[in-house]
Design a protein around this ligand. Structure first.
Ligand code: BTN
Length: 282
């Protein structure tokens, strides 16, 4: 495999099939095509041979027409790789069994990271999405911990899957789903193209988002959440807003007080402040 800027002509062999990476220097887009004995297959066959994706490249963005979930594909890639799919057949949302409906027109992207401090990474993903949306004029805000909303409608969500080795995070996949050009977003959701006159195409938005993610990760590696906490606060629900959550199997509602130094949400009930675990918020 020849790296950045070069014409890619190498064939990567894997048991039973071969992959032809096609690199388009004008868009910096890398797609994978399978070569079967019967001829060319398509990148959506990727699940037949996911192991074949375990390779490094100088510009690690892997683009697929379709896959079940980019979260799963990303685990088989080298740290640093982004996996992007035009559509997902089993996209996952936060929380057990939640689906992320993934029609064409959305950005479905997962970023494989290696050993990393996981605290705050969901927020980092959300902030990167907010920055990218705001560059296109959408007044997006963060519904802690992983939703991006514009007004009262959801436009994007973030999902962090972590692997542990004892108490240490040995790897993480940070997934983002953004309604960029989705023509008919689900009820309660909105798409960027409905909000701005000249919305970017999905590839352009993806590039911008990757730049934001890389920039924020550098800050995270040096300073953790504290490096971007004030920006998070300024785009989150203001203190005093009501928020619903589950506690002990019951739905409760309290007032937002603040984000603590690690990015956990602090709720006020009476004189008491409680830090809410991210899985409890509705
Ligand atoms: C949520 O708001 O519940 C999180 C949604 C995360 C969706 C993204 S799309 C890319 C990646 N692949 C998945 O299956 N899920 C995440």
């Amino acid at each position: 495999y020849h790296g950045r800027g070069a014409v890619v002509a190498a064939v990567i062999h894997s048991p039973g099939s071969a992959l032809e990476p096609l690199f388009d220097p004008s868009t910096w887009r890398l797609s994978l095509l399978f070569i079967h004995s019967s001829g060319w297959g398509s990148a959506r066959d990727v699940r037949l041979s996911r192991r074949a994706l375990r390779f490094s490249c100088a510009f690690p963005v892997i683009h697929l027409d379709e896959c079940e979930s980019t979260q799963d594909v990303a685990w088989d890639c080298e740290p640093g790789t982004f996996v992007v799919a035009d559509r997902q057949t089993r996209g996952r949302g936060r929380g057990a069994g939640r689906e992320w409906v993934s029609p064409p027109g959305g950005l479905y992207m997962s970023w494989r990271l290696g050993v990393v401090e996981p605290t705050g990474l969901t927020l980092l993903g959300g902030l990167a999405v907010l920055r990218a949306l705001r560059k296109w004029g959408a007044e997006a805000w963060l519904k802690w911990p992983n939703d991006c909303w514009v007004g009262q409608k959801k436009i994007a969500g973030v999902l962090a899957d972590c692997r542990w080795s004892g108490s240490r995070c040995s790897g993480l996949v940070l997934g983002m789903g953004v309604n960029v050009q989705v023509k008919e977003p689900p009820e309660g959701a909105v798409s960027l193209h409905q909000l701005c006159r000249q919305a970017p195409d999905v590839a352009e938005f993806g590039e911008l988002l990757r730049a934001q993610l890389r920039e924020l990760l550098k800050v995270h590696e040096k300073m953790g959440v504290s490096g971007y906490l004030s920006e998070l606060r300024s785009h989150s629900l203001p203190p005093g807003s009501k928020i619903a959550y589950w506690l002990g199997g019951q739905r409760s509602e309290d007032e937002v007080a603040d984000l603590d130094g690690q990015g956990y949400l602090l709720l006020r009930s009476g004189l008491r402040l409680t830090a809410v675990d991210r899985l409890q918020v509705l």
